[in-house]
Design a protein around this ligand. Sequence first.
Ligand SMILES: [Zn+2]
Ligand SMILES: [Zn+2]
Length: 145
Amino acid sequence: MENISSIEKVLKEKGYKLTKQRSDILSVIYKENTHLSAEEIYARLKKNNIGLATVYRTLNLLTDLNILKEVKINEMSYYEPKMFSKKSLHIHFKCDKCNTIFDIDSDSIAVKYLKINRLIEKENNVIVNDVDILLNGICEKCRNK
Ligand SMILES: [Zn+2]
Ligand SMILES: [Zn+2]
């Protein structure tokens, strides 16, 4: 995959190798491009003989290197692509009933939010590097039940 070879370069610059296991884990995350827990990634890679401890270790490393994004919801960590991900802003919505997590992807909201960001920077004399917004509520499917 194109992303994986770009990530290999990033790893090399930081003194890490793209091992088979790292490559397998990255492939799952970049291919599914959604929020996966360590257990879910482990379940998909069991047949490749990757242990759960290796999955945890690799996810921590890739998060530290800013390649993956870790989303913590109710003490659970989920992982998704960060590097080469085309999302400028990440707003997560979690349904309180079915526990589904999804991204609110909207250009018009992103533009409005970035304006708020600039205001926050100006009023507080800070620089915003990353934004994590988690909304809780009831998803469309559960509302219609
Ligand atoms: Zn729901
Ligand atoms: Zn997300």
